[in-house]
Design a protein around this ligand. Structure first.
Ligand SMILES: C[S@@+](CC[C@H](N)C(=O)[O-])C[C@H]1O[C@@H](n2cnc3c(N)ncnc32)[C@H](O)[C@@H]1O
Length: 489
């Protein structure tokens, strides 16, 4: 069955079987993870004060990265890399430490994942890594390290046009897709991707008959079409394709993915996209009769955009044609997520109640998220602070801490999420404190909401939510933005 996983692709891929995938396409985030922020902005239509830079700190060299960097030589040796290559990696990383710590953090994050991806590929498999010129030169060196430079097949330049405010240099209008095979035999169905003669001769940016083509080549391509060169200028970005646009800033066009999948896999093969975003790869794979696995860390991508794309656009049924995994559906599932990955448990809980995770990646309490809402007469969005306690022991001290955070932070309300419902005595204590905190009155309305509230995971799973003015950004507003045109096969 096709699978869509919610979670960190590293953890999920580590649990996948070796040599089980024929083709990997990845389009990872870089530089402030624009994708997260864009999702958030698009959904609300307004900037969210402390989430705009959410996850930027992912590329700040922190203890987690340092640990990964220290451990990397061991992983590289286990993955079969020779001593010289491992030593090269070590020296390179040390050189970057002072000059480009952000790049070092990014490369170590990517390295951990690429090593696992290599293990997942079948011997005849291929990998396409989509990036932009900000880091493509570094990534290429890293891909050479992991996959071997003898397995480098192409650097594909996907070129497009579009408006640009740049006046001091050439507008940056291309992406880079690095194509590597796993070994010395790989699938490449050149006949599947031939560009018909007519289309090619009208293609923007040249590429028509003439130039260095000899007679035989001319004859072949007037009869059979032509294999696209390593630069592609015939695929429009999604912004130009109204029928595809999902409001997902980093969305790629289905045609791009269809070319890659048609060339580098066969019907019935398995395609993996570990950064699947709004599921472009999954749609292309489905249309080309490939099996697919998608992973994304953003629950919005998984639950809403991807499911809507797969359901409404591809007419796939969850449970029959594909399964969504990693999203807890029971208290046991939630506990399991907490045990496996405390940070992601917090993230899941915050997003489940329509909140947004806060910028810092912590698993130690504090403010884990905010839920935004409009208040009559206020220009800026107002918020409820969210704190998640996944562990067993919730005490009166936690309630007091929540109360004082509410007073300290610029927020009108505070909500605590606990794994289990509170025992009676604790509940009484909490209600006493909530009574002291009082209610949020809505100007011009008789509605009011307790400033301090609590919800347990079983309540959330039953659909219960914090009592607040309508939360901004999640429920509903995205749905309206999804405008699909006709199916395009
Ligand atoms: C550039 S976007 C991919 C866009 C996608 N190609 C499309 O057409 O929609 C990168 C995606 O990677 C996801 N992501 C970032 N870090 C991740 C991780 N560690 N595990 C899984 N997904 C991750 C983000 O949520 C985002 O949706």
């Amino acid at each position: 069955m096709n699978h869509l996983y919610y979670g960190d692709n590293l953890t999920i891929m580590q649990e996948m079987e070796s040599a089980s995938v024929d083709l990997i396409y990845l389009d990872p985030p870089f530089n402030s993870n624009r994708s997260y922020n864009a999702i958030y902005k698009d959904e609300t239509g307004r900037p969210l004060p402390d989430q705009i830079d959410a996850f930027c700190d992912l590329w700040t060299l922190n203890e987690e990265h340092e640990r990964a960097i220290r451990h990397m030589p061991v992983i590289l040796r286990e993955a079969g890399l020779d001593d010289e290559t491992v030593e090269f990696w070590r020296l390179w990383m040390n050189a970057l430490r002072k000059t480009q710590p952000t790049m070092l953090a990014y490369l170590s994050y990517m390295m951990q994942r690429l090593i696992v991806m290599k293990r997942l590929l079948r011997p005849t498999g291929s990998i396409y890594l989509h990036c932009d010129p900000t880091a493509s030169h570094y990534i290429k060196v890293m891909m050479d390290v992991v996959f071997g430079n003898k397995n480098f097949r192409n650097e594909i330049i996907w070129a497009y046009t579009g408006p640009s405010g740049t006046k001091s240099q050439y507008p940056r209008k291309h992406d880079v897709v690095l194509f590597y095979s796993k070994g010395d035999k790989w699938v490449f169905n050149s006949d599947n991707i031939r560009i018909p003669y007519k289309k090619l001769s009208t293609q923007k940016g040249g590429g028509g008959i003439g130039g260095d083509m000899d007679e035989k080549a001319v004859a072949e391509y007037v009869k059979r079409g032509k294999i696209p060169e390593s630069w592609w200028s015939d695929i429009s970005p999604v912004g130009r394709i109204k029928s595809e646009r999902l409001g997902y800033a980093t969305q790629k066009p289905v045609t791009l993915l269809k070319r890659i999948i048609s060339a580098s896999s066969n019907e019935g093969d398995t395609v993996l996209d570990p950064f699947c975003g709004c599921a472009t790869t999954l749609e292309a794979a489905h249309r080309l009769k490939r099996n697919w696995i998608g992973i994304d860390i953003a629950i919005h991508a998984i639950k809403r955009v991807a499911a809507i794309r797969l359901g409404e656009r591809c007419h796939l049924k969850q449970g029959k044609d594909f399964a969504i995994a990693g999203i807890p559906h029971s208290l046991e599932g939630a506990k399991d997520l907490w045990e496996r990955d405390k940070y992601h448990f917090q993230k899941w809980a915050v997003e489940e109640v329509d909140g947004f995770v806060t910028a810092k990646r912590t698993a130690d309490g504090g403010i884990d998220g905010r839920l935004y809402f409009d208040m009559p007469g206020q220009r800026d969005l107002q918020s409820m602070i969210l704190e998640v306690k996944g562990g067993k022991n919730v005490s009166i001290a936690d309630f007091r801490a929540l109360h004082s955070v509410l007073e300290r932070e610029e927020a009108l309300m505070a909500g605590l999420i606990t794994m289990e419902p509170l025992p009676d005595r604790q509940k009484t204590n909490f209600l006493k404190l909530a009574a002291q905190a009082g209610d949020l009155e809505m100007p011009g309305s008789i509605r009011h909401y307790p400033k301090l509230q609590i919800l347990s995971v079983p309540e959330i799973l039953e659909g219960k939510r914090f009592a607040t003015p309508t939360p901004m950004g999640k429920s509903g507003s995205l749905q309206n933005k999804l405008s699909y045109g006709d199916d395009q096969n």
